[in-house]
Design a protein around this ligand. Sequence first.
Ligand code: NDP
Length: 326
Amino acid sequence: MIRIGIAGYGNLGRGVESALTTTADMKLVGVFTRRNPDTLKTKTGAPVYAMDQAKDMADQIDVMILCGGSANDLPKQTAELAQYFNVIDSFDTHAKIPEHFAAVDAACKKSGKIGMISVGWDPGMFSLNRLYGQAILPNGHDYTFWGKGVSQGHSDAIRRIPGVQDARQYTIPVEAALESVRRGENPELTTRQKHTRECFVVAKEGADKAEIEKAIVTMPNYFADYDTTVHFITQEELDRDHAGIPHGGMVFRTGTTGLNGENQHVIEYKLTLDSNPEFTSSVLVAFARAAYRLHSEGQTGCKTVFDVAPAYLHPESGEALRAKLL
Ligand code: NDP
């Protein structure tokens, strides 16, 4: 039985807790939080401990799954906890992955542990599919589309506009661009041609809606480069119709083979997720199994999804997998 700890109890933490109810070979030892543990109640009744207690439980946990935020939590927590545990996180600030890798690698080399970083869907499963696509079709093009899904960062940016009470932002791929890629036309796509943005906004009483809409659609980096639609709705409508955290997207590799490039191929990997955090958590749990297995074989250091052989993710033996899935 692989013994798991959860560090941080937000959306991902709750997702890992529920994913672990479906794994016969893994069990949850406890949840660790920076908040007062007495104020948190887990969905399954798993015990809650203060984060400071974690290091005293090093011999009771095989893999600590880190569920903190990428902006402020993981850059500190992953390397820190790697002193005591095999760790795994979903760090998704793409530009800072090399820096994060180096810090976690140094901590793991010292402690003799495995630190698996940037596991989820993007980075994670999408990264793997980009790698497979390029390796198989070196003569080709990559495309990644996101959505339809909620972007937490864009929703937060709208909430910071004066006069806005609440907001939800959806990122939506442009259907015409998807179809062109699927037809193998290898289009050159601008930011505007790939995605649109749709915003559902609750305005404070008396706020100028035209001003809010203008502030949204002209916001640099977030909306100015996109075709953006703004809908004003009530708080009740937002709570009723937009409470979920759906997401997804597609990774394509289109390429040619043959001496003259005469044959065209299209690879499409598509995710349609009702719950972004629950899916991400399920990926984390599968890779936590792999982290445990790598460590059991004597490996140490920082790893990513690129370093894991697929069979290490699955609970069944190589023999069973060869018989059933090959
Ligand atoms: P949350 O904001 O829900 O949780 C982050 C941390 O905040 C928790 O670990 C918890 O730590 C603390 N926290 C949670 N709720 C509260 C609260 N009510 N009051 C005070 N503190 C709270 O983030 P998510 O779980 O949604 O996402 C975590 C990260 O996952 C994101 O930053 C994102 O970067 C990454 N991610 C990666 C993906 C990928 O594909 N690689 C996909 C989706 C997300 P504590 O218990 O210690 O207080």
